[in-house]
Design a protein. Sequence first.
Length: 190
Amino acid sequence: MATEIGRPRNRGIDEAVLRATVELLGQVPYAELSVDAIAARAATSKPAIYRRWPSKAALVHEAVFPLDATTELVFTGTLLGDIAAMVRRTVVVFSTPAARAALPGLVGEMAANPALHTALLQRFSGILERGLGDYLAAAVQRGEVRAGVTAADLAESIAGITFLALLSRGVPDEAWIDRTATLITKGISA
């Protein structure tokens, strides 16, 4: 068992920085968000932030897309209902003021920096492999989903179509969620 060297990490600083990031993204676009402003709002220092997060993008990604808000699968009893629940949850997460302010900048940074893209998506790898991967494997066994559909395929489909809808039409309504869930379900069905 490894032992921690130095002072233990102060979780209060982590929480204050994440909260300050979300609050500021509700007020300014991603491009105008600075680590200086986050540090001031969180009553901490830039070095304290950079000890915890390697970049503004990594901090924003964690603040805007907390693992606990994006990971819980809802089981409705039908594949279409489950996919609709996943789409609905994605709409909720992506349509927060902080996410709407952050997404275009994060997408731009991830496109320009493949290493950043990999690092940010790595946060969700365990969730994709365990939760969604297990869900799809069971759906394949039941004959609901065709073999070969991966958790990454499904997550990218849901996130991509939702992101594009937010950019082109604003926050999608329930009718859009139903149509999108049907489209995705038909695409992955056995």
